[in-house]
Design a protein around this ligand. Structure first.
Ligand SMILES: *Cc1c(COP(=O)(O)O)cnc(C)c1O
Length: 407
């Protein structure tokens, strides 16, 4: 239990992890140092044995990093957190700490691409096998569990479809089979979803996204629910070395203060834009957990405090329409990543997944007109106006007739 458990989430965002500092500094100073002086040989010895508390070396611990870790742990309602060099470093830490030769993982199919690749190309070399299941159907998770399953890994909302998985149902299944339940909470942030409260053991984030929120840091974090898990993870992180640095910790901690109000705006704008897109004649379908048309809308309503800032939509007009949209939006910027204050737009078929070819994309379920939109905190009406002028360009460039033919 944290002292501030009674306080509201917005208050926690501003104050979590902040202590008392020299000169009355209101924010944690940046301890940009690799190492810390010992007062004497005995002091050094005591720090290593743990008889005295203090910092030794920044890979092991650093006050600026700890302040940020404490803040994220408090926001997620966890025991403690471990800052990592990136989201992928956080995921690698979790698998490295929990798995050994012969173990098995059950993982959501709708998962961040490199997470799947890590399991399939790196952990498979060390004798770890994985079954990918559509975790939106929690019974599929149950049926994939084997005696050697150690980890159930869920991403919800998942990449890139925004499929939702029921965390409380799946955590019951994981618990009944003595598996650790891990949740990638990157798309929601603790402002909108708290997996540890729903029964998960470990939550991770790419803090590159909403937690930092300003597209200027690459970082990750692992939040655990017990001291035992913390000690286990801390040892592995110290050995593998994928730690966050003090300056990035400072930036993330600064970003956390506005997390609640940023997420509120992301949710409001994304809801407005999702409704606009759903009513648009040039849009075939919209995936947004807040729309009643989303296949897991009922689960989303139960487990989200808001539905986030991510929208996936399918254009009428396929590949060509997607390409024109990318080349004609003005306010929305063409880039991968998400969760920043600025809106980012991406067309997998012509950008990130172009090299797969149409057949490869079809096999992976990536449709030709799919657009992924990370809604920023600009005025929603300005974003809608930007999309609308882009739709006009699509109509003009493809020609009314050709456009109709491609539908
Ligand atoms: C970006 C992302 C990651 C990886 O994080 P990095 O900080 O880029 O290493 C993992 N999971 C999800 C859902 C992401 O969006």
């Amino acid at each position: 239990m944290h002292d501030s458990d009674k306080k509201g989430f917005d208050t926690k965002c501003v104050h979590a992890g902040i202590g008392e500092y020299e000169f009355g500094s209101v924010v944690p100073p940046i301890f940009q140092t690799s190492t810390f002086k010992f007062k004497s040989a005995r002091h050094g010895a005591n720090l290593f044995t743990g008889e005295e508390k203090g910092h030794i070396y920044t890979r092991m611990s650093n006050p600026t990093v700890e302040a940020m870790e404490n803040a994220v742990a408090e926001l997620e309602g966890g025991y403690k957190a471990l800052g990592c060099a990136s989201g992928m470093a956080a995921i690698d830490l979790i698998f490295s700490a929990l798995l050994q030769y012969g173990d098995h993982v059950v993982c959501s199919t709708s998962v961040y691409g490199p997470t799947r690749t890590l399991l399939e190309t790196v952990f498979s070399k060390f004798g770890v096998s994985t079954t990918f299941v559509n975790s939106s159907d929690h019974l599929k998770v149950l049926h994939a569990i084997r005696p050697e399953t150690k980890v159930v890994y869920i991403e919800t909302p998942g990449n890139p479809t925004l499929a939702i998985s029921d965390l409380s149902e799946i955590s019951k299944i994981a618990r009944a089979h003595s598996c650790h339940m891990v949740v990638d909470n990157t798309f929601m942030s603790p402002a909108l979803q708290r997996p540890l409260m729903l029964g998960a053991d470990i939550v991770l984030h790419s803090m590159t996204k909403f937690l930092n929120g300003h597209a200027d840091v690459v970082a990750g974090i692992v939040v655990v629910n017990t001291e035992e898990l913390y000690i286990k993870m801390k040892k592995v992180l110290n050995q593998t070395g994928g730690v966050i640095d003090p300056f990035n910790s400072f930036l993330v901690h600064r970003g956390l203060k506005t997390l609640a109000i940023r997420m509120q705006r992301h949710c409001e704008s994304a809801t407005k834009i999702a409704r606009y897109l759903e009513a648009h004649p040039m849009v075939k379908s919209v995936s947004f957990p807040g729309l009643p048309s989303h296949p897991q809308h009922e689960i989303a309503k139960k487990q989200h405090l808001g539905h986030g800032g991510m929208i996936a939509f399918e254009l009428q007009g396929g590949f060509q329409a997607g390409e024109i949209m990318m080349n004609t939006v003005k306010l929305c910027q063409l880039a991968v990543s998400l969760g920043g204050v600025e809106s980012l737009i991406q067309h997998p078929a012509s950008m990130t997944h172009f090299s797969m070819g149409e057949a490869g994309r079809a096999a992976a379920g990536i449709t030709e007109g799919l657009v992924r939109f990370s809604v920023g905190i600009e005025d929603a009406d300005d974003l809608i106006a930007d999309l609308e002028q882009s739709f006009e360009e699509i109509k003009y460039r493809m020609g009314e007739k050709e456009f109709r033919n491609s539908i």
